[in-house]
Design a protein around this ligand. Structure first.
Ligand code: NAD
Length: 294
């Protein structure tokens, strides 16, 4: 079995690493936070003193870190010491520019690389049902696919370096905009005296149908397991939605794409987070749109 190094054992990384252990891989791990290392140890990960020690004997390195600067700094540290031909997979959600720089560092050291951000959240990480969106050369993707499988429900090769990150931020821009659209429709329905259930029954089988409505409904009742039914405990926190929307706007600016609704959604989530709701599920934006007191 493959020796996999896992760097970044937080809310996502730890359950993902645990699934690699369950699949029979030897997993070496490192994180800056001792409590995350303790959880990893309990899950069967061999905990190392630093990123270089965790990765130097690895066939595959997976990073699951907060942002581009963390990924680039770890890559600069570990790349010169890795086995030739080793594969680097970055599953963090980061900006497309940093993702391409990460591929360039790998290429400079004769390493294979894939950007492979995920959708599915901590629930999908624990269940091993994440969707991976991969970018990179075909040979790197083919080497990555069997390693990703124990953590994945679906793996899509989206194109060359950075294409996985591009797919991730485009998808999440749709999600942020569509959640606001669905929430606005429920707020209007309330003012018009239309029940939540009636709007749901019509829109869920009509042209307003979308994931934000049918799987993640922002009002309690119609979709019993949506965060609205547990006072908007995440789920997917508004702060993470804001992070992804900001990445989409950075990318839009750099690429010259016009995304007015993406820009508006970013503003609304920034306001929601500034009011102290960054830890609330992103579907809780309905409370803000309704003008509910905090
Ligand atoms: P997290 O903050 O729980 O975990 C990140 C971990 O990285 C932390 O434990 C931190 O100590 C560690 N870290 C930071 N710098 C490090 C370094 N130099 N060396 C080693 N460890 C380092 O975050 P998370 O929720 O696990 O998210 C990780 C990534 O996955 C982010 O890019 C996020 O946007 C993305 N993501 C998260 C979710 C989600 O629902 N949480 C869903 C999809 C994608």
């Amino acid at each position: 079995m493959t020796t996999v190094a896992f760097i970044g054992l937080g809310n996502m990384g730890n359950p993902m690493a645990a699934n690699l252990v369950k699949a029979g891989h030897t997993v070496h791990g490192f994180d800056l936070m001792p409590e995350h290392l303790e959880t990893a140890r309990t899950n069967g990960v061999t905990v190392m003193a630093n990123a270089v020690a965790a990765t130097k004997d690895a066939d595959v390195v997976i990073t699951m870190l907060p942002a581009g600067k963390h990924v680039l700094s770890v890559y600069e540290d570990i790349a010169p010491k890795l086995k030739k031909g080793a594969l680097l997979i970055d599953s963090s959600t980061i900006d497309v520019d940093s993702a391409r720089k990460a591929h360039a560092i790998a290429a400079r050291h004769d390493l294979l690389s894939v950007d492979a951000p995920v959708s599915g959240g901590t629930g999908g990480a624990a269940a091993g049902t994440l969707t991976f969106m991969a970018g990179g050369a075909q040979a790197a993707f083919e080497k990555a696919e069997p390693v990703l499988k124990p953590m994945a429900g679906r793996i899509v090769h989206c194109g060359d370096a950075g294409a996985g990150q591009a797919a991730k931020i485009c998808n999440n821009m749709i999600l942020g905009i569509s959640m606001i659209g669905v929430a606005e429709a429920f707020v209007l329905a309330e003012k018009l005296g239309l029940s939540h259930q009636a709007l749901f029954d019509v829109a869920s089988t009509s042209s307003g149908q979308c994931w934000s409505l049918t799987s993640y409904c922002p009002v309690p009742g119609p979709v019993p397991n949506s965060p609205a039914n547990r006072d908007y405990q995440p789920g997917f926190a508004a702060a993470l939605m804001l992070k992804d929307l900001k990445l989409s706007q950075e990318a839009a600016q750099q690429a010259g794409a016009v995304t007015p609704l993406g820009a508006e959604a970013t503003q609304l989530y920034a306001l929601f987070a500034a009011l102290g709701h960054g830890g609330t599920d992103f579907s809780g934006i309905i409370k803000f749109l309704r003008g509910d007191p905090a």
